[in-house]
Design a protein around this ligand. Structure first.
Ligand code: SF4
Length: 236
C-alpha cells in the first residue's frame, strides 16, 4: 500500500462529514483528463513524496474527535490487495470510510461492502459503453471485459447495501449531451448521480489543458433531461 498524499481536512469530499482524504498510488486507467498524474504515471510516481502507513495512522489517532471520516481515493484504491485490511484499521479507530473508485474491481468492491469495511462509495462513470475504453485510455479490444466489470460494480452499488453515488466528469471532445444521456440510462434508477464539470488543470494528456469546459448552463440542461432517472441528480 503506497500513500502518495494526505489532505488533512475536507468539508466537501465526504457528504455531510468532516473528513480527511488519503491518496493511494497507482491506477489501471489513463483518463486523458485526469488531474492526478503524480499518482498514475510511473515516471511521476517515482518523484512523488510518499507517506508511510505508520505516519498516516498516527495522524488518524491524533485527529480522533476532530474528523469523522476518511476518504480513500487515488489513483485507483481497489488495485491494492491490502485495501480491506487498510479499511479495517481505519474503522477500528472509529472513523467512517468513503471509497472513491473507478469501478474496475467489482470483486474487491463486493468484499468491502459485504464485510462492512466501507460506509460510502463514490464510483465514476467515465463514458457510454461503446467508447468507455477510449475515455479511460485503454485498447478497443479490452472494452468488452472492462464494461462487464464496470457493470458488475454498478449492480453491486445499486443493490443499496451501502450508501453510494455515481459521478461523471463531463469533458468537451469526449462527451456529447447524447453520451451523458446514454450514461444516465445505463445507471438509471440509482440513488444519486452527479455531473462534474471538467477543469483544464495539470491533465495527464497536456492537450486537455487547452480545452475549455462546457458552460455550466449546458450541464444544467443535461441535468434537467436525466433528473427523472434518479432520486438525486445534480451538477457540482
Ligand atoms: S481520473 Fe482516470 S486515470 Fe485518473 S485516477 Fe481516476 S481513473 Fe485513474
Amino acid at each position: 500500500m503506497q500513500i502518495g498524499g494526505l489532505q488533512k481536512t475536507t468539508l466537501i469530499d465526504y457528504p455531510g462529514k468532516i473528513a480527511c482524504t488519503v491518496f493511494l498510488i497507482g491506477c489501471n486507467f489513463r483518463c486523458p483528463f485526469c488531474y492526478s498524474s503524480e499518482l498514475v504515471l510511473p515516471e511521476k510516481i517515482e518523484r512523488q513524496p510518499k507517506i508511510s502507513e505508520k505516519d498516516f495512522f498516527n495522524f488518524l489517532k491524533k485527529r480522533k474527535g476532530l474528523i469523522e471520516g476518511v476518504v480513500i481515493c487515488g489513483g485507483e484504491p481497489s488495485l491494492n490487495k491490502e485495501l480491506p485490511k487498510f479499511c479495517q484499521k481505519i474503522k477500528k479507530l472509529g472513523y467512517l470510510v468513503k471509497l472513491d473508485t473507478n469501478g474496475s474491481n467489482p470483486k474487491l468492491l463486493g468484499k468491502l461492502i459485504d464485510e462492512k469495511l466501507v460506509d460510502y462509495v463514490a464510483m465514476d462513470i467515465k463514458g457510454p459503453k461503446e467508447k468507455y475504453y477510449k475515455i479511460v485510455g485503454m485498447l478497443e479490444g479490452e472494452n468488452e471485459k472492462l464494461i462487464k466489470k464496470i457493470e458488475k460494480s454498478i449492480n453491486i452499488l445499486k443493490e443499496g447495501k451501502v450508501d453510494y453515488e455515481f459521478r461523471s466528469t463531463i469533458v468537451p471532445t469526449l462527451h456529447t449531451k447524447e453520451d451523458v444521456i446514454e450514461m444516465a440510462k445505463w445507471i438509471r434508477g440509482a440513488k444519486r448521480y452527479y455531473l462534474q464539470n471538467f477543469r483544464p488543470e495539470k491533465t495527464i494528456d497536456p492537450k486537455f489543458e487547452k480545452i475549455k469546459p462546457y458552460p455550466q448552463e449546458f450541464l444544467l440542461e443535461i441535468q434537467n433531461a436525466i433528473a427523472p432517472f434518479f432520486e438525486v441528480c445534480q451538477v457540482r
